[in-house]
Design a protein around this ligand. Structure first.
Ligand code: NDP
Length: 311
């Protein structure tokens, strides 16, 4: 017996701020969107604590609560929110065929991809233990909590350099832990870091362990040349060793850049395939904020609606 294939006008993949905002707009436009939540329902914000920079929450909001609010708002207008992970897509013919959890097949006239990105972590046990209690992968989100304090940031790319200089404005001292004797960051960012007096470079250092009690109060670093271990007193530990866009499943179907981000047309969420749109962190390595993701989710829904009216 062959399984009946479900059809939809608008399929949204991913349930962070981009996915839910796309759903709110698509549902209000009567597209009756179906959203598959993916591996981490609610997205990256569900692994942070307080969100203080999303407009509309004067007293801040817990990341999990905010994503629950977005979900309810999407459901209020009739979004069909489902559990499930996309395991395969076929954008070679219209309508597009999407397979969920390797079994269920859906035919969609338009697809909005909002699968986000995943911060890379060092892989230390202590990093997991103190996540949200002094360990963070987002300086812009959490830097404010460490005003006037000493913190450390690990990484040597543009993100680490940018975040280190951002944190240096807020914090008393920033230790930058770099595993080689040079930064990968652009020359301009290297100069900026070098000209920031309260950034101390720890060249050729790796992180052995993050230490603390209820929250972080130090880090043990090791000099890779001498083997000498040093304990540094800090209250915040930022990891900025890169992000990985969650685009693996689309790699043979869509144009991606060299780092795996989905390429969208300028000032648009259009991908190289007609009717397939990408919003949020899976196509944005520059801003990576909840509010910018939400904004691009809105754009994707509007573009999907316009596209659907032409087919
Ligand atoms: P990158 O991959 O460029 O850099 C990652 C950094 O983390 C490297 O210095 C790397 O070290 C280090 N690293 C990786 N793994 C570990 C580890 N396990 N332990 C210690 N250190 C580690 O990532 P970014 O997020 O910085 O940048 C991603 C892309 O986005 C880049 O193309 C960048 O140019 C771009 N970008 C542009 C910005 C802008 O234009 N304003 C702002 C931010 C990012 P090593 O060098 O030794 O490999």
């Amino acid at each position: 017996m062959s399984e009946e294939i479900e059809k939809t006008k608008c399929l949204i993949i991913g349930s962070g701020p981009a996915g839910y905002t796309a759903a709110i707009y698509a549902a209000r436009a009567d597209l009756k969107p179906i959203i598959y939540q993916g591996l981490q329902p609610g997205g990256q914000l569900t692994i942070t604590t307080e969100v203080d920079n999303f407009p509309g929450y004067p007293n801040g909001v817990h990341g999990v609560a905010m994503m629950e609010d977005l979900k309810k708002q999407a459901e209020r207008f009739g979004t069909d929110v489902r559990w499930g992970v996309v395991s395969k897509v076929d954008f070679s013919a219209k309508p597009y065929e999407i397979t969920i959890d390797e079994t269920k097949r859906i035919l969609a006239d338009s697809v909005i991809i909002a699968t986000g990105a995943t911060a890379k972590w060092l892989g230390l046990e202590s990093e997991k233990k103190y996540n949200g209690f002094g360990v963070s992968a987002c300086a812009l989100c959490d830097g404010f909590f460490y005003k006037g304090q000493d913190i450390a940031i690990v990484g040597g790319g543009d993100t680490a350099a940018e975040e280190a200089t951002y944190l240096a404005k807020l914090c008393k001292k920033v230790y930058m832990i770099v595993r080689r004797d040079e930064l990968r960051a652009s020359k301009a960012m290297q100069h900026k870091v070098a000209n920031t007096p309260n950034i101390e470079m720890l060249w050729n250092h790796t992180t052995k362990e993050i230490i603390g009690d209820k929250a972080v109060n130090g880090v043990i670093v090791q000099n890779t040349k001498t083997g000498i271990e040093t304990k540094i007193d800090i209250t915040g530990f930022f990891v900025a060793i890169g992000h990985k866009p969650n685009s693996e499943v689309f790699k043979d179907q869509l144009e991606l850049d060299k780092n795996g981000y989905i390429i969208t047309k300028p000032n648009s969420t259009k991908t190289n395939i007609d009717g397939v749109f990408a919003a949020g962190d899976v196509q944005d390595h520059l801003y990576r904020q909840a509010v910018t993701a939400a904004g691009s989710g809105c754009m994707a829904a509007i573009e999907a609606e316009r596209y659907l009216s032409t087919i």
